[in-house]
Design a protein around this ligand. Structure first.
Ligand SMILES: *[C@@H]1O[C@H](CO)[C@@H](O)[C@H](O)[C@H]1NC(C)=O
Length: 366
C-alpha cells in the first residue's frame, strides 16, 4: 500500500517539476551572456550556477543550446494559451470535411455532446488556422461538352462584331421572380481554391414561396415590356407553352423594337423547346424577323440575365408582401432601369466573349 503511495508521490512530483520547468521565467539575456563568459573562463558549472544564482541544469541547458544553435534568443512562446486540444481540433476539422455545410453552432453542439465545451470564436479560430474559412457557396453552372463547343463557336464568330450589331438586338428571355428572394446561397466551410468542389456548391434552383414567371425584352437603349405569364394564359397558370409564347411575341416585339431600335432589328432568344417548336418557327418566318440563335447555357453572355439580376435586387429592396405587390414593384423596377444601365450591360457582355474563348467555352463567373 505504502509503495503505491510512494510511486504516486513521485509521479505527482515529476509532474509538478515538469510544469515548473515549463513555466520557469525566461532568463535575461545578460544572465545568459554571463554564463557563456564564465564558461569561457573555464569555470565549472557548479560555480557558475552559484555565482549567478541559477540552477545547475539551467547553466547546462544554456551551454547546450549555445553549442547547438549559437542562438540564445528565447524560444517563441504561444501568445495565447490553447483553448482546444489537438483532439478537439482534429474533430472539428473532420466534421467540416464530412459536412462542409455545417455551422459553427452545430460544431459547438456536437463537441458539447462528447463533453468538450468550446466557444464559437475558438472553433472559428481553429478552422482559420487550418486554412478553412466560411465562404458563400458558388453556384456551379454546368455546361455540357456540346454546349461548350457551341459557346466557343459563338464567341469566336461574334468577337469582332461592331457595337452597332449589338445595339440592334432586342433581347428576350423569361425569368422567375420570387416573393421572398433567396438565391440558394449558403455559407460553407472550405479551403481557399476549393469553391468548385461538388461538396461545396449548391444547385442554382431558386427557392421562394410565391413567385411569378415573367417574360421581358430589352435593348442597349433601354428596357421594353415586362409581361407576367399568368396574366396572359387563359387558366391563369404560369406555364408558358408555344402558343402563349407567340401571343406575347405578337404583342410586344414589334412595338418595342421600333421604339428602342428602329426598323432593322434582330430578335435574340435562347434555344428553349417552345422557341424551336414547329409552330413557333413558322410564326417567326411569317414575321420576317431576323432571329439570332443564342448558345444554350449561356446566361453569362446574355445582358438580359444581368438585367434580371439587377431587377431582382431592386424588387428585394422593396419587400413586396404579396404577389400583386410583387408584380407592381417589378414593373416599376424594370421601367426605371436607365439607358446607362442597359448600355453598360450590353457593352460588358461583349468583353465576355473573349473570356468565354479564354475559358474554352466553360462558364465564366457573372
Ligand atoms: C413595349 O410594348 C408595349 C406593348 O405594346 C408598350 O406598351 C410599351 O410602351 C413598349 N415599350 C417600349 C419601351 O417601347
Amino acid at each position: 500500500m505504502s509503495r503505491v503511495h510512494f510511486k504516486c508521490a513521485i509521479c505527482i512530483w515529476n509532474l509538478l517539476l515538469s510544469t515548473v520547468k515549463m513555466r520557469s521565467k525566461e532568463l535575461l539575456p545578460s544572465v545568459k551572456q554571463a554564463i557563456i563568459r564564465l564558461k569561457k573562463q573555464k569555470k565549472p558549472i557548479s560555480e557558475i550556477a552559484k555565482t549567478l544564482g541559477v540552477a545547475k541544469t539551467t547553466v547546462w541547458n544554456i551551454l547546450k543550446k549555445k553549442e547547438r544553435t549559437s542562438d540564445l534568443r528565447n524560444t517563441k512562446r504561444p501568445r495565447r494559451p490553447r483553448k482546444t486540444t489537438v483532439v478537439d481540433d482534429q474533430r472539428i476539422l473532420s466534421l467540416v470535411k464530412k459536412t462542409p455545410f455545417t455551422t459553427v453552432v452545430q460544431i459547438k453542439n456536437t463537441l458539447q455532446e462528447v463533453g468538450a465545451s468550446v466557444s464559437k470564436s475558438t472553433i472559428k479560430r481553429g478552422l482559420h488556422q487550418c486554412e478553412h474559412r466560411g465562404f458563400t457557396t458558388r453556384c456551379k453552372p454546368l455546361v455540357s461538352p456540346q454546349n461548350r463547343k457551341a459557346r466557343l463557336e459563338f464567341a469566336k464568330q461574334h468577337l469582332k462584331k461592331p457595337s452597332q450589331f449589338w445595339n440592334n438586338i432586342l433581347r428576350t428571355d423569361e425569368t422567375k421572380i420570387s416573393l421572398y428572394q433567396s438565391d440558394g446561397k449558403r455559407r460553407v466551410w472550405r479551403r481557399k481554391g476549393t469553391a468548385h468542389d461538388s461538396k461545396h456548391t449548391t444547385s442554382s434552383v431558386k427557392h421562394g414561396a410565391g413567385s411569378v414567371m415573367a417574360w421581358a425584352c430589352m435593348a442597349a437603349r433601354g428596357t421594353g415590356s415586362l409581361v407576367f405569364i399568368d396574366d396572359v394564359t387563359a387558366d391563369k397558370s404560369s406555364t408558358m407553352n408555344s402558343e402563349v409564347f407567340r401571343v406575347i411575341l405578337s404583342a410586344h416585339i414589334q412595338p418595342n423594337a421600333s421604339e428602342l431600335i428602329g426598323r432593322r432589328f434582330t430578335v435574340q432568344m435562347d434555344n428553349d423547346a417552345k422557341h424551336t417548336a414547329k409552330a413557333t418557327k413558322e410564326f417567326l418566318k411569317g414575321k420576317k424577323w431576323t432571329v439570332l440563335q443564342w448558345p444554350s447555357q449561356s446566361p453569362d453572355l446574355n445582358p438580359i440575365e444581368h438585367a434580371f439580376h439587377l431587377l431582382k435586387t431592386k424588387v428585394k429592396g422593396k419587400c413586396p408582401r404579396n404577389k400583386q405587390e410583387l408584380k407592381t414593384v417589378a414593373v416599376e423596377a424594370w421601367q426605371s432601369m436607365t439607358r446607362d444601365e442597359t448600355q453598360r450591360l450590353v457593352v460588358s457582355m461583349c468583353s465576355r466573349l473573349q473570356a468565354v474563348i479564354d475559358c474554352k467555352g466553360f462558364a465564366t463567373k457573372y
